[in-house]
Design a protein around this ligand. Structure first.
Ligand code: IPD
Ligand code: CA
Ligand code: CA
Length: 263
């Protein structure tokens, strides 16, 4: 598979930062047993990965803006292009040595995300997508799953946790969803949840209160794999609201129906 120069730049950056995170993951196991735990180490690993990504992307495309979870916005001279980067999505998993985390890089041109790369260095799964050119996992073209009914579908979601999220709302959503689906999952890395829908491993996914760096690349992937993406109300505002629902057209519609009824 031959990718564009743009995708090659993104993949190279993701792989270099990914090697660093993978090395750091190896350290984490031993830190679990120390009194201090791995929290400070993980925070340093996260920042280091973001700096690597900034350095590589900025070198390849000088002037593009850069929005990273750790460092915030770094404006560029080119107002129309912005990288949207989560150097470590799935921090809680990483901190616990669970190999479900990823680097997520999106490129926004004006108001549209035109390219995305999501890389899980733990299992070397690399997802790439370019607007109008499809979505690929390790060079294999992806297509969302075809299941038409919730009762045979596996659906991923996000859940509130200490200090975050609307517990009462999530409880209503779960109570409505659980008896309707073949299985609910909470994996803990939004970028990989979206990539999982693009890959047809998951039939659908919803989550609220996400940030652009969690979803910029993944939303494009689901669309490029033929899926439907929206905010929870059904409007095309997932990137700006941070609320996401996706799946194939039928599953997306079913999810919206269930979620709207308990909102
Ligand atoms: C988090 C993950 C998680 C989602 C959280 C995000 P982080 O990102 O994507 O799956 O439920 O809302 O904040 O903090 O690990 O980069
Ligand atoms: Ca994230
Ligand atoms: Ca993060």
């Amino acid at each position: 598979m031959i990718h564009s120069a743009l995708i090659n730049v993104m993949v190279k950056a993701a792989r270099r930062a990914g090697r660093s995170l993978k090395r750091d993951l190896g350290e984490i196991e031993s830190l679990q047993v120390s009194l201090k735990g791995p929290a400070n180490f993980v925070s340093a690993a996260d920042k280091r990965a973001e700096e690597m990504l900034y350095t590589d992307l900025n070198k390849a495309r000088p002037g593009y803006g850069f929005l990273g979870e750790e460092g915030g916005i770094r404006a560029g001279s080119d107002q129309s292009h912005t990288w949207i980067v989560d150097p470590l999505d799935g921090t809680t998993n990483f901190l616990h040595g669970i190999p479900q985390f990823a680097i997520s890089i999106g490129l926004k041109r004006e108001d549209t995300v035109v390219a995305g790369v999501i890389y899980n260095p733990a299992n070397d799964e690399l997802y790439v997508a370019e607007r109008g050119k499809g979505c690929f996992l390790n060079d294999q073209r992806l297509r969302v799953a075809a299941r038409q009914q919730l009762n045979s579908s596996v659906i991923a979601c996000g859940l509130p946790h200490i200090g975050r999220g609307d517990l009462a709302l999530a409880q209503r959503e779960l109570a409505a969803m659980m008896p309707r689906v073949a299985g609910l999952r909470r994996f803990g890395a939004a970028s990989l949840d979206l990539a999982g829908v693009a890959a047809g491993r998951l039939d659908g996914y919803w989550e609220r209160n996400l940030q652009p760096w969690d979803i910029a690349a993944g939303l494009l992937m689901v669309r490029e794999a033929g899926g439907t993406v929206s905010g929870i109300t059904g409007k095309d505002d997932a990137l700006t609201t941070g609320d996401v629902v996706c799946g194939n057209e039928a599953i997306h519609a079913e999810l919206i129906k269930v979620l709207k009824a308990v909102a």
